[in-house]
Design a protein around this ligand. Sequence first.
Ligand SMILES: NC(=O)c1ccc[n+]([C@@H]2O[C@H](COP(=O)([O-])OP(=O)(O)OC[C@H]3O[C@@H](n4cnc5c(N)ncnc54)[C@H](OP(=O)(O)O)[C@@H]3O)[C@@H](O)[C@H]2O)c1
Length: 301
Amino acid sequence: MNKLIFVLLALLCLLSASVCGAQTADFDLEKGTVLLNSGYEMPILGIGCFALSDQQAENSVYWALRDGYRLIDTARIYGNEPGVGRAIRRAIDEGFVTREEIFVTTKMWTSDFGNGDAAVDASLLRLGLDYIDLMILHHSQPSNDVQAYQAMERAVEAGKLRSIGLSNFYEPADFDRLVNTTTIKPAILQNETHPYHQSKEMQRHIDQYGTVLESWFPLGGRGNTQKLFNDSTISSIAAAHGKSSAQIILRWHLQAGNIAIPGSSNESHIQENFEIFDFFLTDEEMQQMTALDKNQRFADY
Ligand SMILES: NC(=O)c1ccc[n+]([C@@H]2O[C@H](COP(=O)([O-])OP(=O)(O)OC[C@H]3O[C@@H](n4cnc5c(N)ncnc54)[C@H](OP(=O)(O)O)[C@@H]3O)[C@@H](O)[C@H]2O)c1
């Protein structure tokens, strides 16, 4: 019955594009996926692994996969690729998911940019996988990021990577610098994005390349979440829906066209963060959320 009501709401949503906001064209909010410019489907909600120990990452990724998540975000510099790999193998061995259903993202760290081919192989080895769904350059580094990106392009050709992208490119001209000297258009740009830093200009800019925005610090990041959770606009929308502020923020990301990868080491938070596909924010609520943008970052990198 709940599913039927939600399907009807989703249909209403389609009939009145304004209800769901302007940036949702490519996001399938029912399936929870987006079709990337690489031709691969990517889940739009995932589990983030920043600041988790190797063992915490194993637990969080395992709980997430069990709860229905299919997108995992890690990085070489987080030091937890082996834990992520163990969780994936455990979930596959227990039979509730297949490798093909899981979308694994990792990132190449800046000190590896001069040796990108080896960095791809090393991530594959640490994760224990024979391909990675998405690899991202962790930061803009004009001295050698093109060289690193070209190594990722070779890895796509070799079948080691399926999609490639960028992270921490905050200036349109910087993004264009890399795009204009490489061949494969980035599938994803992963930047700090949350209600106080909505990244609308970059989102519009990268749209011309079919590049999708992915939010890191979707809840503001450790130490900042309460500022967003206690924001009176967010908490009153949460009360109106009988949802938590975290769920409202995550739902806003998806309706605003941002892939979200909330990080957590807490089993019940992980479950809560995935329970956002049974309601939608109205056009008015989306406008209230848009009005919160202060162009304010919480991190300084
Ligand atoms: N590309 C980059 O440079 C970059 C930088 C930073 C992060 N990232 C990626 O983006 C992901 C997300 O960023 P993040 O993890 O730093 O920040 P975040 O997701 O914005 O916030 C994580 C914080 O939110 C808390 N939290 C999560 N769900 C909650 C809930 N339902 N209720 C209350 N608190 C909740 C977590 O605490 P608990 O553990 O207690 O749940 C943790 O303290 C990272 O994990 C990483 O994969 C990328």
